[in-house]
Design a protein around this ligand. Structure first.
Ligand code: PLP
Ligand code: MG
Ligand code: MG
Length: 637
């Protein structure tokens, strides 16, 4: 089955590269946009690795900085790196390693397929071998049939040449324990490849051979030159092809979730059979709970409670669980999801006072302040939707949280379609309950929702009379505390996908994801305006994640017809959600880029032309020049 942990050996000084990399470890050399180590980390994550342990030494602070950005990265230091070999480093990872793992070196440049080979091999212990590289620092493998007999840099010691050691290996936990025991008996400077070689007669170590693998290590300036000029371009070319033929059919989903996901998130759902009551599964779920708190910077004070439901389930859990019986919640409603909170309260007999605003209109903060003043004593909570997906309006969360906190009123936020897409920082924006789901800006699969709860506030709800059994927030939390599991049968595969999606969120980075979404939005707005289409919401209030477009006032236009035209061409748009206003909606969340948006606009333009639809402001045509790189701006023809 798939391996979930990897160790990267990164303690070395790179003494043969001193002139190019004297201040940073050699893993931080760059061939493309990112450093060698960051490219390697990304590939490991895409291949389904959940936890990466980097053994550091020389200039370890660089790796530690990286691990602060990515919760799945752990570092452990070998402070004796100058006098010990890589086997001592590998033994340092002992406390982290629970099962089989992939072992890599930090200076490796390799095509993605290399990981696929060791992930999919049937062998428990497997070193990856390639054909001849002539790199000048080769480690050769002496083999018999499918097994390794010896690894050596000395060609004379090799009787049956089986290939060159790449430095990517799959190590079983049993073998690892043997290796550590072996290392303990050795004096200084013992390298892992020597250890594998020594153990090859005792343990069964197999190999996979790939003749024409694109890879190299970077030990000296000659290696670096070869990496830049020959290997790295080949790696890029190969990786581009691989993602093409492995790709599952991809639709550009412009509906506001479930959003387009990466292939690696889709593949994460294909796992071995597992009983979700096993400790290892519980640990994964606990990791998800922790990392979701981290996404919104609530470490230390917040707890995530997960539910097996769509997003509405978590809204229902929160509203039915946290409002004390004698108090009311003030619900701000400027869209369908604000309205839905009122309906949920009605269903559970939760007292609520509604501040209803015409959908698409912003919240009047002065009026809200007067409400908070007038209702003090009567209301315990204010509830609002952060990004009102009905029309794409972004409500001013920070201001409302500040006002409510001053009035000593707790805040419930439906952040369904914003969390993960728009940075939210609970350290400075102290809401008490944040509700969201896996399948929107987090780019996971539908079926898991959650509430990030301020712990103290949640604890206060312990004694409240229960309005729901399955969805009681405190009870579900309590179960996590005691059993470290979900209370009821978890949606196993959706959680694996969420685990992967969160890793990919941190891999991309909070700011970078917002920036990617923003760029798509800007491209979209520019294009829509060029086509002469009108936007429903005042630009000042745009969420930048979803845009409502006023439908053309022309009899030849019909949403269903446009929808089909676009869908046939790979784009899914969404109808409007307002009784009296004619509009349609375009979301730009999920694994899509401005290139996709550009292609969509071109297709939309094609539709308007084909049906000769008059948008009412003088028809104009849209054309993109997608050349790749930066030149992706839209032009009017
Ligand atoms: N709240 C908001 C702001 C939403 O955008 C949505 C769905 O789009 C929901 C709640 C309901 O979520 P679900 O459809 O997953 O139940
Ligand atoms: Mg070497
Ligand atoms: Mg090396």
């Amino acid at each position: 089955s798939r391996v979930r942990q990897a160790v990267i050996l990164a303690a070395g000084m790179g003494s043969r590269l001193r002139d190019v990399a004297s201040h940073t470890p050699k893993g931080f050399l760059r061939l493309g946009i990112k450093s060698i180590i960051e490219e390697s980390i990304a590939k490991l994550v895409w291949s389904g690795i959940d936890e990466i342990i980097i053994v550091t030494g020389f200039r370890n602070e660089h790796y530690e900085k990286l691990s602060k950005q990515m919760p799945f990265l752990k570092t452990v230091n070998n402070d004796m790196y100058e006098t010990t070999g890589s086997m001592r480093s590998l033994s340092k990872a002992q406390d982290f390693l629970k099962g089989d793992f992939l072992l890599l070196e930090s200076d490796l440049v390799y095509e993605f397929d290399a990981l696929q080979v060791v992930q999919n091999t049937a062998h428990k212990n497997c070193v990856l071998l390639s054909g001849k590289t002539l790199s000048g620092d080769e480690v050769y493998a002496d083999v018999r049939k499918e097994t390794i007999l010896k690894l050596s840099k000395k060609k004379a010691e090799i009787h049956h040449w089986g290939g060159e050691l790449v430095g990517i290996s799959r190590i079983s936990h049993d073998l690892y324990e043997e290796m550590i025991a072996w290392e303990a008996r050795k004096s200084k400077k013992y390298d892992y490849e020597n250890c594998l070689s020594d153990l090859a007669n005792i343990e069964r170590i197999n190999f996979e051979f790939v003749e024409d693998l694109a890879w190299c290590e970077v030990d000296d300036s000659r290696h670096l030159e070869r990496a830049m000029n020959v290997v790295y371009p080949r790696v890029c070319e190969r990786d581009a092809k691989i993602s093409m033929y492995r790709r599952t059919d991809r639709e550009v989903l412009l509906n506001p979730g479930p959003a387009t996901t990466t292939d690696s998130v889709k593949y994460a759902m294909i796992t071995e059979d597992i009983c979700p009551r096993e400790a290892e599964f519980g640990e994964m779920v606990e990791g998800i709970r922790r990392d979701l708190v981290r996404v919104v910077h609530g470490e230390g004070q917040y707890e995530t409670v997960l539910f097996a439901s769509s997003g509405t389930g978590a809204v229902e859990a929160c509203l039915s669980s946290v409002i004390p019986p004698a108090k009311s919640v003030l619900i701000i409603n400027n869209g369908a999801y604000g309205k839905r909170m009122e309906q949920i309260c009605d269903a559970f007999g939760v007292l609520h006072i509604d501040y209803d605003i015409e959908w698409g209109q912003p919240i009047n903060l002065a009026f809200l302040q007067s409400l908070l003043n007038d209702l003090s004593g009567q209301i315990s909570h204010v509830a609002l939707v952060h990004h009102e997906t009905t029309v794409g309006i972004l409500n001013p969360l920070r201001s409302i949280v500040e006002m409510a906190n001053k009035a000593n009123i707790q805040v419930i936020v439906d952040a369904m379609s914003s969390l993960g897409g728009i940075p939210i920082d609970l350290r400075t924006c102290k809401a008490h309950y944040l509700i969201s789901s896996a399948n929107k800006c987090l780019q996971g699969m539908p079926g898991v929702s959650f509430v990030v709860c301020e712990r103290e506030s949640l604890m206060e709800t312990k004694e409240f009379a229960k309005r729901s059994f399955y969805f009681n927030l405190y009870d579900n939390f309590q179960f996590f505390q005691v059993q470290h599991q979900m209370q009821f049968t978890p949606p196993v595969h959706i959680l694996y996908a969420l685990r992967q999606a969160i890793n990919e969120y941190f891999l991309e980075g909070e700011t970078q994801r917002y920036q990617r979404y923003s760029e798509s939005y800007e491209c979209l707005i520019e294009g829509l305006e060029q086509l002469g289409l009108r936007l429903y919401v005042d630009k000042r209030h745009h969420s930048r994640l979803l845009t409502s477009v006023v439908e053309p006032d022309d009899k030849k236009y019909e949403f269903a017809d446009m929808h089909q035209y676009l869908k046939k061409r790979g784009f899914t748009v969404y109808p409007g959600k307002s009784a009296n206003k004619r509009m349609f909606r375009i979301a730009n969340i999920g694994e899509i880029t401005k290139r996709d948006v550009g292609a969509f606009l071109e297709t939309l333009s094609g539709y308007l032309r084909a049906r000769q639809i008059n948008v009412g402001f003088g028809n104009r045509h849209y054309q993109t020049t997608i050349v790749g790189g930066k030149n992706e701006t839209a032009h009017v023809s």
